[in-house]
Write a protein that binds this ligand. Structure first.
Ligand code: NAP
Length: 351
């Protein structure tokens, strides 16, 4: 019997079929989309009655707030029900008691999990506890979708630092600004809207002080459909200070400053203590170079504008290209046309 066959078979034993469990997982994933619980994970949960009907649902809203499983169980759950949850239930006492206890006490007989929780305090212990209590546990239903809705969380718990995406908008010949410093707008409306969407998907937007001084950006998602909090501005500074009049100054910017050069690897480890698990970099060539040298760029989103600059402006990535072996290999995962421009996504390192 194939994996899918086994999956359906087990589900029939529990009276909730595979299609109902998958539909419930989709619903649980959707519930997480409007939440901002970092540094905690985005988690959604759905309770299904034995006939597959949805009985209740819940999502985790942030540190100190009840976990998604508890929200759903408290809203409505009967013995013999199935719990469908995006992330493995916890089995440890944090700010709230273990979810495994609540699940066992509620008389749930089957738990369908999207992804195992990579947090070292959980990492399979939740699954073990549920199985030890005689509960049927199924793992990996829509697992990659679950990880895709919260890449910062999975990255942080596996690698111990924030996930960093470097966004660049350059002409076809790789220039991000002209000699006179002008760079707005190299790409067209559609690419700019797409970049605003990207901002919403990250906890923070990072720039160097050079970009603040040159452009005074506000680094918010200004699409009319934006809901929820804006990403927090983070600025790396060397000798210069943040101008008092800068637009982001009013948005509680997080500043990392050192005249000797900020240790960007240490910054990536520190950011989660501020609730920042995912960062979009919109700085200039100097910061892009520093981040690449520090080995902390996980993904690149490169908007290639349908324009040619010619001559010598400002290259997307600073520094000197001394010899060809210095080139950093990247793994291009997607190329898409966005309006009159192209969007190229690439992974670096273990991404
Ligand atoms: N098209 C695009 O996608 C795009 C995006 C952003 C910016 N730009 C353009 O890029 C130009 C600005 O370039 P830029 O390279 O000056 O901007 P930047 O990289 O945002 O800022 C550079 C400054 O940040 C500080 N910095 C960077 N890394 C540091 C580290 N590890 N430790 C301490 N300080 C660090 C330094 O400040 P100190 O001087 O204080 O030492 C450095 O001079 C502007 O013309 C802007 O319009 C284009």
């Amino acid at each position: 019997m194939g994996e899918r066959g086994r999956h359906v078979r087990r589900a029939i034993d529990n009276n909730v079929d595979g299609a109902a469990a998958e539909m419930a997982m989709r619903r649980a994933i959707d519930l997480t989309r409007s939440t901002h619980p970092h540094p905690n994970p985005r988690v959604g949960a759905v309770i299904l009655a034995p006939d597959g009907a949805m009985r209740s649902s819940g999502a985790h809203e942030g540190p100190g707030r009840p976990h998604a499983e508890r929200v759903a169980i408290e809203k409505g759950c009967h013995p013999g029900d199935t719990l469908v949850v995006t992330l493995e239930p916890c089995d440890h006492h944090g700010r709230t008691p273990p979810c495994t206890e609540a699940i066992v006490r509620a008389g749930i007989t089957k738990v369908v999990i999207g992804a195992v929780d990579p947090d070292p305090r959980v990492a399979g212990r939740g699954v073990d506890r549920l199985r030890a209590a005689g509960i049927d546990v199924e793992i990996g239903v829509l697992g990659s979708e679950v990880e895709g809705t919260d890449p910062g969380y999975f990255h942080h718990r596996r690698r111990g630092r924030a996930r960093i995406t470097l966004k660049l908008a350059a002409t076809l010949d790789g220039q991000v600004a002209a000699i006179d410093g002008t760079s707005q707008w190299i790409t067209g409306d559609a690419a700019r809207r797409d970049a605003h969407r990207l901002r919403s998907e990250h906890d923070a937007v990072l720039v160097g002080i050079g970009t603040v001084v040159a452009d005074d950006p506000d680094l918010t998602d200004r699409r009319p459909e934006h809901v929820g909090p804006q990403p927090r501005p983070v600025v790396v500074l060397g000798r210069r200070s943040l101008p008092a009049s800068s637009t982001i100054g009013a948005r509680d910017p997080l500043l990392y400053q050192s005249e000797d050069g900020v240790d960007l690897a240490a910054m990536a480890v520190d950011l989660p203590s501020h609730g920042i698990l995912s960062v979009l970099v919109e700085g200039g060539p100097t910061l892009a170079r520093s981040l690449l040298d520090a080995g902390v760029v996980d993904e690149i989103v490169w908007y290639v504008a349908g324009r040619l600059a010619g001559g010598t402006g400002l290259p997307a990535i600073g520094g000197t290209f001394a010899t060809v072996s210095d080139a950093i290999p990247i793994d291009v995962t997607s190329v898409e046309r966005i309006g009159e421009d192209l969007r190229l996504i690439a992974r670096i390192g273990q991404g």
